[in-house]
Design a protein around this ligand. Structure first.
Ligand SMILES: Cc1cc2nc3c(=O)[nH]c(=O)nc-3n(C[C@H](O)[C@H](O)[C@H](O)COP(=O)(O)OP(=O)(O)OC[C@H]3O[C@@H](n4cnc5c(N)ncnc54)[C@H](O)[C@@H]3O)c2cc1C
Length: 340
């Protein structure tokens, strides 16, 4: 392992609507910041066709993703943010530092790490109600363009919310979606129940097999008994997502990572802790970028050594650890109103 190749005030893992605000906030406070992103800045939101609920006049996810990338670029140009392309596999908090290990063996160190890796799309192997070979490829509906589906019979597995978003984002597509969904997804079907371009079919379980000619054979088993078998050109997954937790995080029974259970130098933000909406994750990310600085600012050096807050006390760490970290990077004074 290459230890300490990069040292920073703050490490941010994941450059989505939570991670970018964390980095921008830290950089604006003159903390040297390293962002590690596995795919691309805003890679998830870039694929959202229509946005209605994000302040700032964003009507598409692609426009928002561009804005996030240009925000990071501005802070990179100022020399305070470094963006690395890489996949983090593990994070850890220690007495004097936080670390993130990447899949190429590098270990990055900083005063604190914000983990904002969001949620990963569920695949057929995650769904107990689907029987399918492990190597079966079922691309997610929400990342599929209508042009890829033209003149094809399409089956969608699961009725998660992207179903409605996808249909409304592509009002002109004539593609018809045959949606097979389990009882647990039933509450998500209301918003598309009057949509003429989809047929909703409640199933108990589904068996999917690839057949010659790049086609698929599907057997749908119904809750009242009985089944029907048919073939289709394309199978897309739409089963929702699961938190993209990294090794080293404390994960709750529901798969999310509650902030209060983590090491005090390991902060989680955004969908990883269950935020689930862009505007919420943005605020949450900003807060996590502010926290280490805020902690140091509100506690005079004279109080260093006094345990602060239940999580710091529980881990037997003191604010002096955090304050030392933040003092180690150049800090410019901030006005009270800037910190809320
Ligand atoms: C189809 C769809 C439609 C949606 N529509 C809306 C909507 O209209 N309005 C709304 O408010 N919300 C919507 N959402 C939810 C919204 O996208 C999320 O709430 C938001 O993107 C969460 O932001 P985040 O930064 O927490 O995570 P993400 O946006 O998932 O960002 C996480 C980032 O971390 C990176 N990453 C993951 N693992 C690693 C790793 N190990 N190492 C390095 N980088 C990693 C990923 O590549 C990604 O760039 C929608 C979601 C979907 C799927």
């Amino acid at each position: 392992m290459n230890h300490g190749l990069f040292d920073a005030g703050l490490l941010v893992v994941g450059a989505g609507p939570a991670g970018v605000p964390a980095a921008v906030m830290a950089s604006s406070l003159r903390m040297t910041t390293i962002v590690v992103e596995a795919v691309a800045v805003g890679s998830k939101v870039a694929a959202i066709g229509a946005l209605e609920n994000v302040p700032g006049r964003w009507t598409t996810g692609a426009a928002l993703a561009d804005a996030l990338a240009s925000d990071l670029a501005r802070h990179q140009a100022a020399g305070r943010v470094t963006v690395l392309t890489g996949r983090a596999v593990q994070v850890a908090g220690h007495d004097g530092r936080a670390e993130a290990a990447l899949d190429d063996g590098q270990v990055l160190t900083a005063g604190a790490v914000v983990v904002a890796t969001g949620a990963a799309t569920l695949s057929v192997e995650d769904a107990a109600w689907i029987e399918a070979p492990v190597d079966l490829m079922t691309p997610p509906l929400w990342r599929t363009a209508p042009e890829q589906l033209a003149d094809r019979h399409v089956v969608v597995l699961g009725s998660d919310r992207p179903l409605g978003t996808w249909l409304w984002a592509h009002p002109d597509t004539a593609t018809h979606l045959d949606v097979l969904y389990p009882a647990g997804d039933a509450y998500k079907t209301d918003e598309v129940s009057d949509e003429a371009r989809g047929r909703l079919d409640l199933v108990e379980r589904v068996a999917v097999a690839a057949i010659p000619g790049d086609r698929f054979r599907i057997t749908a088993y119904h809750p009242a008994g009985g089944s029907h078998t048919f073939t289709t050109d394309q199978v897309l997954s739409n089963m929702g997502s699961k938190p993209a937790a990294l090794d080293g995080l404390v994960v709750a029974a529901d798969g999310y990572c509650p902030p209060e259970l983590q090491h005090p130098r390991v902060l989680v933000a955004g969908d990883l802790k269950g935020a689930r909406l862009i505007a919420v994750t943005m605020g949450d990310g900003s807060r996590s970028g502010l926290l280490p600085y805020f902690e140091a600012q509100t506690l005079p050096t004279g109080q260093a050594g006094r345990p602060v807050g239940s999580q710091i006390a529980r881990h037997n760490l003191t604010i002096s650890d955090l304050a030392l970290t933040v003092r180690a990077v150049p800090i410019c004074p901030i006005r009270h109103e800037a910190t809320g």
